[in-house]
Design a protein around this ligand. Sequence first.
Ligand SMILES: [Zn+2]
Length: 195
Amino acid sequence: MKYFIPTELSDDTIAHLNIPNKPIQVNVKRWSLSKADNCFNNVKFYTENNDGSLQFGWKFAILGNVIVRLIGHVVIRTPDLKLKCITPQTDNRTKILFSPDDNVKDLIIDNYLPGKHIPLVENDQVKSYAKLLDYTETLRVKYKVNSPQYKAELEQLNWLATASMPAVLRAAKQHTKMDESCYCGSKTPRNSCCN
Ligand SMILES: [Zn+2]
């Protein structure tokens, strides 16, 4: 089971997310100096040298159709108030789903934008798995990524994650209809994928 990046979110899903703005499609046009996974610095540097301002918000990934990962992201608000993403994205996609949210700015620690994991279903194991994923994100902030503490804690978290995976997979199957995108993250309908 792997994360997939949705091209749209249902109203039902959006209702779970507690985000102030409905997600919109934003064009991605890589700036020559942009680096992957470095949106904050990319946009900061770009706007120091070009017109436009920073727009904070969220992009999205989905796991097993049961958990949404909200990923802090920064794009450019152009002088004519359009949004433009200049950071290269997974699969070199040319559009991302983005929900503007100025509060994301307050979450930045050391130029790092955190993620949040929101369970979409009433299932205790899915909920605790989402908490585990949240905690893993905070570790990256708490420790330096190459420190022994980080590695030790991460190893333990990975062990816990592996242990809860069967339950999460069961929930994913239970909540994916046969004609919906497969819970594995392939984007093919379930009935012609894992079943
Ligand atoms: Zn599948």
